[in-house]
Design a protein around this ligand. Structure first.
Ligand SMILES: CC(=O)N[C@@H](C)C(=O)N[C@@H](C)C(=O)N[C@@H](C)C(=O)O
Length: 596
């Protein structure tokens, strides 16, 4: 008999990302953004044929895809090697090379927000002339005129909704991740859709229903987001539907059938619901995925989703009856069956102050187990680790590592009070939640005291550095992927439109000097004695290279064992397949080297 060897790391990493998709008006074509040929590009399928073909090549990440309703072009946005300065391009309906449409200086951002029903007017938000608060403009393709329709003030302001007649506009002002105001623009004034915009809450995802109602999601006076409505005539706010302990995140309206579809976030999973606006009935719908990245409801009432599960990579599915789902893409792990991968256990443990923390525990299969555990604090920090396929996780599990990922305080999916706990406390409560998790792993016999590795990216990289500096005794070796090393330099180097949110998110470097020192990993160089691998994208606009440069330089000066891997053509993540393979191979080699 022919015997095949165990899957290689590369097999897991040869799984592709699908980051976005759009469906044409006649539902004959789907365009999606994927690194199927190694770099991010737009690919298409002409249904019912599901064999994908390259639709537009630029080898860059795209942040949106929009079909012209008249079928003349497709709009998209590209940045440059991860710098997140997205600008707007047009692609011919036949596909081809994207043409610059609404672009400017390389440092400027142009975010698409809305296309008129006739496909002639493009609404967009730009950093040009207002880098902190952003302006909204409209470009008329018929005469190439371009005008400002809103000047952002007090916080980065995005156009979030436009009525069919283009006479009512809804704007979203971000004052923090946990404080988002939603306004209707009437004349020159902004009128809040919630009763008191000064009260801290979030309000997002507006959809116009009929001429007079705007439905949206909010947690106004509540822990979890619910659906509310604002009537443009009576100016009344009304709560409409909530789901117990689930946060309603996105709304899609099916006009034909008067239905609202919404996705909810519930801890480590998402759910999909249908709300009948005529009868008030709410129905939970089965989906083939654990985490929903995008939902599209077409004019005919068909549903399309992009999602993933812990052992199933990104795929696009369609449902024509709201019950069964057709798999349109067949993105799979090269030669590895779902059963050979690891589904996580959802566990809870008590933290230092008695608070319950949920976590994902991926146990290496006994035949692979190498006895070591990777402790993974997630990024964000106002995000969470969820049941979502990560090639890096499944390849490490296959190499025998157990992985533990706690949703420490500050994570999303557990109510708004819990998310706020990380604000102005980056380094105390969440760190002690991690310490409690590590002790729990030891107490429960999951991990031996001398067999723990620490790996994290972004805020998770910050937490990895801080845990290394303050609790080095726990770890054999540490991997920091674009982590924040110094809160003083971090708050001044983030993108301009994040700066208005820094005080509430992290704090003020002068007022909170003592806390910034205490919570900056760079303060603890003396105790960072374990071997380290630091990985950084040179174009990262969120956690800039200087964050990694400074800690690597200082540790090297002290003669510490530090490896530094810089990817010149990446930003805050690894979008190019060869880079991803290089990074995770380096990481697994590093961990293997330090097992003994
Ligand atoms: C709305 C928005 O962009 N808010 C930002 C302040 C934010 O929360 N950004 C995070 C998603 C982020 O990029 N955090 C970094 C530090 C990370 O951990 O990935």
């Amino acid at each position: 008999m022919i015997k095949f060897p165990k899957p290689t790391v590369e097999q897991f990493l040869r799984t592709y990302v699908i980051s976005n998709f759009a469906v044409s008006k006649d539902e004959k074509r789907i365009v999606f953004n994927t690194n199927l040929n190694g770099k991010m590009n737009l690919w298409a399928m002409d249904l019912p044929n599901t064999f994908p073909y390259l639709f537009a090549q630029k080898d860059q990440s795209s942040n949106f895809i929009k079909f012209d309703p008249e079928g003349r072009y497709v709009l998209t946005g590209y940045d440059n090697d991860g710098d997140e300065n997205y600008q707007i391009y047009a692609v011919s309906n036949e596909g081809g090379e994207p043409q610059p449409l609404i672009t400017g200086e390389p440092s400027e951002k142009y975010y698409f927000t809305h296309l008129s029903e006739d496909g002639n007017r493009i609404y967009y938000v730009t950093s040009k002339d207002n880098p902190n608060f952003l302006n909204t403009r409209v470009r008329n393709l018929a005469d190439n005129s371009d005008e400002v329709i809103n000047v952002g003030e007090n916080g980065p302001t995005y156009l979030a909704g436009v009525s069919d007649k283009e006479d009512v506009f809804v704007y979203m002002r971000l004052l923090a991740n946990t404080y988002i105001q939603l306004f209707v623009k009437e004349g020159d004034s902004l009128v809040s859709v919630t009763p008191n915009p000064e009260k801290i809450h979030v309000a997002t995802s507006p959809v116009f229903v009929g001429e007079k109602d705007i439905y949206f999601t909010t947690n106004y006076d509540a822990e979890y987001n619910y659906v509310a409505k604002y009537n443009l005539e009576s100016k009344k706010f009304e709560a409409v539907v909530n789901i117990d302990k689930e946060s309603i995140e996105g709304l899609e309206y099916d006009k034909e059938n008067n239905l609202l579809y919404f996705t909810t976030e519930k801890g480590v999973e998402d759910n999909l619901y249908r709300y009948d606006l005529s009868s008030g009935e709410v129905r939970k719908m089965e989906t083939p995925v654990d985490v929903l990245e995008k939902l599209v409801v077409t004019k005919s009432g068909n549903l399309y989703i992009l999602g993933r599960g812990a052992t199933v990579p990104y795929n696009i599915y369609r449902s024509t009856d709201g019950k069964s789902w057709d798999l349109l893409t067949d993105n799979r792990v090269l030669g590895v069956d779902k059963e050979e991968m690891v589904e996580p256990d959802v566990v809870t443990y008590k933290s230092f102050d008695g608070m319950e923390i949920e976590a994902l525990l991926f146990k290496a299969k006994p035949e692979n187990d190498n006895g070591h555990t990777i402790f993974w604090p997630h990024g964000g920090p106002q995000a969470s680790e969820r049941k979502m396929f990560r090639a890096m996780f499944q390849s490490a599990l296959n190499r025998g590592y157990t992985i533990f990922a706690p949703n420490f305080r500050g994570s999303t999916g557990y109510g708004s009070s819990f998310v706020k706990l990380v604000e102005q406390d980056w380094g105390h409560g969440p760190r002690l939640d991690c310490v409690a998790a590590i002790e729990w792993l030891f107490e429960n016999g999951i991990t031996d005291r001398d067999k723990l590795f620490l790996v994290g990216g972004s805020y998770g990289g910050y937490m990895a550095l801080l845990l290394h500096g303050r609790h080095p005794e726990y770890f054999k070796a540490v991997v920091d992927i674009f982590g924040v090393s110094n809160l003083f330099t971090f708050v001044n180097s983030v993108p301009e439109h994040w700066k208005p949110m820094m005080e509430r998110w992290v704090g003020d470097p002068e007022r909170d000097k003592e806390r910034f020192e205490k919570d900056s990993p760079i303060t603890y160089l003396d105790s960072m004695v374990k071997p380290m691998l630091v990985i950084q994208g040179a174009k990262d606009p969120r956690v800039v290279k200087e964050e990694s440069d400074q800690i690597v330089e200082k540790l090297k000066e002290k003669g510490r064992d530090v490896e530094y891997l810089v990817l010149d053509d990446e930003g805050h993540g690894f979008s190019k397949k060869e880079n991803e393979i290089k990074v995770y191979n380096a990481m697994l080699e590093f961990l293997e080297k330090h097992q003994n």
